[in-house]
Design a protein around this ligand. Structure first.
Ligand SMILES: Nc1ncnc2c1ncn2[C@@H]1O[C@H](COP(=O)(O)OP(=O)(O)OP(=O)(O)O)[C@@H](O)[C@H]1O
Ligand SMILES: [Mg+2]
Length: 260
């Protein structure tokens, strides 16, 4: 709908269109940076986590990832929306763990718990030697982590990248997933070419908040789903692999409730 003033001043139409575009992008930013989130960001700046947020690398329904500048380089800052968020992602097993936050019926607290969970899981994965971004700090709905990229540009998603040597890449990914199941005893639970970054032809796993303990009753089913998706992806690249083979290769049989 044209603004009434546009009809009165037709020659200024372009200016009004610029304004509308500006409004749209301001709205997008407003959705991330509500007042409490701005305060959180400024607290993190005071803590010395980073100096400034540069621009969004990716914005989605539930959150956004921004590049930030720190004294010694860049950071990736993941901000979960709290305002009118459509948060369908928290799976049951994670809700069990965030029981206290969830039962308070306070959505904001639940998102804070989810952010903390992503930080904790990244730490566990790093400790086990899995290639994931190093987590630095977190506060409320904001997570600060290692910026994965080169020359200030974020690394591409596997989904958007061309894999030079699919067989070698398969071996690399198997190694990471095996470390994840066998050493970290976690199952990713949302594994796809959309949650793997490609840096110098090697994989880096991201988006781990929904990961589940390998001994959880739901873990086996989640791993089978992850593996089926990825085996299909590799077959499209010409790597001959069945879901069963991939499952075996990454230590899948060790996943599931511990027998008494
Ligand atoms: N540490 C990082 N360094 C560089 N880029 C990153 C980093 N973490 C995430 N990204 C970029 O941000 C995007 C979204 O990150 P992530 O998958 O963790 O969030 P998400 O909750 O799945 O968001 P979406 O719903 O938009 O996919 C990624 O696809 C990737 O392009
Ligand atoms: Mg993702």
């Amino acid at each position: 709908m044209p603004h009434p003033a546009e009809l009165l001043f037709p020659r200024r139409k372009e200016r009004f269109e610029d304004r509308r575009r500006e409004d749209a992008s301001r709205k997008l930013l407003d959705e991330f940076f509500d007042h409490p989130t701005l305060l959180t960001v400024s607290r993190l700046v005071t803590q010395g986590q980073f100096e400034a947020i540069d621009y969004p690398i990716s914005t989605g329904k539930e959150g956004g990832v921004f590049r930030a500048t720190a004294g010694d380089g860049f950071r990736a800052v993941k901000i979960y929306r709290v305002g009118n968020a459509v948060f369908r992602r928290i799976p049951l097993h994670a809700l069990e763990e965030l029981r206290r936050e969830a039962s308070e019926g306070n959505f904001r607290r639940l998102i804070y718990g989810w952010t903390r969970r992503e930080h904790t899981i990244l730490r566990r994965l790093r400790a086990a030697g899995v290639r994931v971004p190093e987590p630095y700090g977190y506060l409320r709905n904001v997570l600060v982590m290692e910026f994965i990229g080169a020359g200030g540009l974020a690394a591409p998603l596997l989904q958007e990248a061309v894999v030079a040597d699919p067989d070698a890449f398969y071996d690399e990914l198997v190694l990471e997933l095996k470390r994840m199941t066998v050493e970290a005893r976690l199952v990713h639970g949302d594994l796809s070419p959309y949650n793997v970054l490609l840096l110098e032809d090697r994989p880096i796993l991201i988006d781990v908040a929904q990961a589940v303990e390998a001994t959880h009753p739901a873990a086996r089913g989640l791993l089978e789903r992850d593996v089926t998706n990825f085996a299909r992806y590799f077959r499209r690249l010409g790597v001959e692999v069945t879901s069963e083979e991939l499952f075996e290769a990454i230590g899948g049989p060790s996943v599931g409730p511990q027998e008494a």
